[in-house]
Design a protein around this ligand. Structure first.
Ligand SMILES: Nc1ncnc2c1ncn2[C@@H]1O[C@H](COP(=O)(O)OP(=O)(O)O)[C@@H](O)[C@H]1O
Ligand SMILES: [Mg+2]
Length: 327
């Protein structure tokens, strides 16, 4: 087995420096102020309020991961993508699911290729090749080298020489052991591979972990992160999101849509309409050529917004009452 050495960024062995024992370099700040965060995000169509922009700004300054929690479809994933876009960083995404383990999150050895390598060796020897040249030791060193390593998102983010935004999406879906693994990587920004050595990050990636809150995350993980609760946007922000994201929508329609969605969220529903559903609804109405919505049109298209029969019935009733009030 090859001597396990400390390596700096790339698993190279030859060029890896041993010197960097401290924390990786956080690099120059990506943003100079909260306002700049907000403006640059708006330029790519992501409308943040001061709360969101403030946390992103701090995360950049303090080189700390952000845990973004909140209902589905409120812009958690999109926030990380948009930050990557505006900073020109590479987006590396680890999509979490039940059963995700180290081999899919961090790295694994390419067993098939290793086997082929061993078989090729045998063929060489049977064919009268120079038997003495390759000992088991050499072979082992060979098959546990960079060439046989399959890097997964966490390792990929750690060893990237370029700025990275790491998105650990829907972290509440993984088991506790995998959460602990994440925590370890995010605390130390290094990964130990027994056969290869320790790989230290060259720079600290900007990390976003998202959670739909299906279970409580560990205290340790929360301690490590800045916390951002992403709730449904304010009326004005939702209207602006519709205007920014839906081509062809008029201001009046966007305003009406935002108002109706907001009032639906005050009802007791099984599943509240999310921002993505608001956008789907707006697109639907634009396609139907609606410029100003009335109660009938709203009722006829509610199924884009609400996905439970009981919710649809409740909302239809509410819209009818609102319509009568206005009449
Ligand atoms: N603040 C926002 N600005 C612009 N678009 C937004 C915003 N929040 C949500 N969206 C839209 O809503 C959609 C769903 O957001 P997403 O990030 O996938 O939700 P989540 O990850 O919270 O479930 C995105 O595709 C995006 O178009
Ligand atoms: Mg998401």
């Amino acid at each position: 087995m090859s001597a396990a050495g400390d390596q700096d960024g790339a698993v190279d062995g030859k060029t890896g420096s041993l010197g960097m024992l401290g924390f990786p370099d956080p690099g120059p700040p990506l943003f100079s102020s909260l306002t700049e965060v907000r403006e640059r995000l708006a330029a790519v169509g992501y409308l943040a309020d001061d709360g969101i922009a403030g946390v992103v700004h701090l995360a950049d300054r303090l080189a700390k991961p952000v845990l973004v929690e909140g209902p589905a479809g409120t812009g958690k994933t999109e926030l990380a993508k948009s930050v990557a876009r505006v900073t020109g960083s590479r987006l590396i995404r680890l999509q979490c699911y039940e059963g995700l383990d180290e081999s899919k999150a961090l790295y694994e050895w390419n067993y098939k290729k290793q086997l082929l390598r061993i078989q090729a060796q045998r063929v060489d020897e049977d064919g009268g090749g120079d038997k003495a040249t390759t000992s088991w030791r050499d072979l082992e060193e060979d098959i546990f080298s960079e060439e046989f390593l399959l890097t997964r998102p966490l390792l990929e983010a750690i060893r990237s020489p370029d700025p990275v935004v790491l998105l650990v999406d829907e972290v509440d879906r993984v088991e506790l052991e995998t959460e602990a693994l994440l925590l370890e990587v995010l605390s130390e920004y290094q990964v130990s591979i027994p056969e290869l050595g320790t790989i230290r990050a060259k720079q600290i990636p900007l990390v976003f972990l998202t959670s739909n809150n299906t279970r409580e995350l560990s205290e340790a993980l929360k301690r490590r992160c800045l916390y951002l609760h992403l709730d449904y946007p304010s009326l004005e922000r939702e209207r602006d999101i519709v205007l920014a994201r839906v081509p062809g929508v008029t201001e009046e329609l966007a305003d009406q849509i935002a108002r109706i969605v907001r009032s639906l969220r005050t009802l007791e529903l099984k599943k509240y309409p999310s921002v993505s559903e608001t956008l789907d609804w707006a697109r639907t109405l634009v396609v139907l050529g609606v410029e100003s919505i009335d109660a009938e049109q709203a009722k006829a298209t509610l199924h884009v917004l609400l996905k439970y029969r009981s919710d649809l019935e409740r909302a239809a009733k509410e819209l009818a009452v609102a319509g009568e009030d206005r009449a």
